[in-house]
Design a protein around this ligand. Structure first.
Ligand code: MD3
Ligand code: FE
Length: 199
């Protein structure tokens, strides 16, 4: 198995072949039929990334703030995490607990995600597992202080990233996509799944 370690986050380049990517996309489309993508709003305005989730919890941001919630903004519980997604966690996460949230991020050509930390979860001993599907994206990773130096890495369709140890609490973001770099989605764009233990 190939892997690249970059300050204790681990990239599994091309871990998912094309059929495995297509299986995940089909499973996510199923989730999105029940829990449609929405555009979270922050105090700074609407995000460019659209989101949904599967599992016991999804991440919500609205004018009241941000938090994990057991229901989609439409009031429905989140659909279960699809089996092929669970099996990736069991293969790679090396964690005794199952994920409670599969956050679904959709990037169109000009979407980005600013530098942030994921600190709304309770148990930082549990890793986060991230799956990239579709167009390539420039991932930026810093340290636990916002001013720490950052390194950048292009994430490609089928790449899986495991964040644990110090990297679990590090600042990170997506600077931009490279449109037209994948044929997975006929109209382009990028789907990112992040699996998390929340409680
Ligand atoms: C480092 N997603 O959903 S994935 C996020 O590509 C998020 O959509 C980005 O940041 C995306 O919160 C980056 C890589 C990633 C995911 C979660 C992390 C890096 C992380 C959690 C902690 C530290
Ligand atoms: Fe994040």
């Amino acid at each position: 198995m190939t892997m690249i370690d970059i300050k204790d986050f681990r990239v599994f380049p091309g871990h998912l072949d094309r059929p495995a990517q297509e299986t995940l996309v089909a499973a996510v489309r199923d989730v999105l039929r029940h829990a449609p993508l929405f555009r979270p709003r922050t105090r700074r305005g609407p995000m460019s990334v659209r989101m949904s989730a599967a599992g016991d919890f999804g991440w919500i941001s609205d004018p009241k703030g941000y938090r994990y919630e057991a229901h989609h903004p439409d009031g429905q519980p989140w659909p279960p995490i699809p089996e092929p997604v669970m099996s990736l966690w069991r293969d790679l996460a090396d964690c005794p607990r199952d994920p409670e949230c599969c956050l679904i991020n959709w990037y169109d050509g000009d979407a980005r995600m600013g530098l942030h930390q994921d600190v709304d979860e309770q148990d930082f001993d549990c890793p986060v597992l991230s799956v990239s599907l579709g167009d390539e994206a420039l991932f930026r990773m810093g340290g636990t202080d916002r001013r720490d130096p950052t390194t950048s890495h292009w994430l490609k369709s089928g790449d899986v990233v495991l964040l644990r140890g110090a990297s679990r609490r590090a600042f990170h973001g997506i600077d931009r996509l490279r449109p037209g770099t994948s044929t997975l989605f006929p109209d382009g764009g990028r789907l990112n799944l992040t699996l998390r233990v929340v409680t």
